[in-house]
Write a protein that binds this ligand. Structure first.
Ligand SMILES: [Zn+2]
Length: 210
């Protein structure tokens, strides 16, 4: 099995099984990833995303997005133009940024599949890194749309307790397939020439394209 982030081979990957699913842990980049045989079919995956109550009237969801918007605002300016990558069925984050007079396009492979042919000052990727089957491919796509010096603002819950991974609520969602430790993001920064300018140490990371 090849790691979908650093592409190292089986010898560096530890296998473990629980809840009827197989996971692999990469010793090079510390990514934990679900075995592809446990991936949901695309239509099943889409159905799950439709079920999420992610709209601007859902206070819980808006509060949740504010966890990344608040630390991001000091880095954003009103003349900037950004993209919400993997926005889901509704473009809530773009609407919330519009309220701050910040322009934001949106893209989602299931719901708004036309990725604008532009480069942006910033790209948000909130709660989507854990859904990526191929983080490297997705990062290459994201970064090809980000200007030099631009910001990649990520929200994904970090795998901070590998010993408690089996009991972690975050792995229960069958659409979650990749789990990153802080070391995984160090690896990402090094490989893709990004500088970490902010992290809350738990879920929110702001990376700058060098
Ligand atoms: Zn790896």
């Amino acid at each position: 099995m090849k790691c979908p982030l650093c592409h190292n081979h089986t010898s560096n990957v530890k296998e473990s099984s629980f809840n009827g699913k197989k996971y692999f842990t990469c010793s090079v980049c510390e990514l934990v990833f679900l075995s592809p045989e446990s991936y949901l079919e695309a239509d099943e995956e889409k159905k799950r995303y439709v079920l999420h109550e992610n709209n601007i009237n859902a206070k819980g969801y808006v509060d949740f997005l504010n966890r990344i918007i608040e630390p991001s605002l000091p880095y954003l300016e009103i003349n900037m133009h950004g993209l919400d990558y993997g926005c889901g069925p509704d473009s809530v984050l773009a609407k919330l940024l519009n309220l701050q007079n910040i322009n934001c396009d949106y893209y989602d492979p299931f719901f708004f599949p036309k990725l604008p042919y532009k480069t942006y000052d910033f790209i948000f990727a909130t709660e989507c890194f854990e859904h990526f089957f191929s983080p490297t491919k997705e990062l290459e796509t994201i970064l090809s749309h980000l200007k030099s010096g631009g910001l990649l603002l990520i929200m994904t819950e970090l795998n901070l307790n590998p010993n408690k991974f089996v009991n972690w609520y975050y792995i229960r969602d069958p659409t979650h397939v990749c789990f990153y430790s802080p070391a995984s993001f160090q690896y990402i920064c090094q490989k893709f020439e990004l500088e970490m300018v902010y992290s809350d140490g738990a879920r929110v990371l702001i990376l700058k394209k060098c």
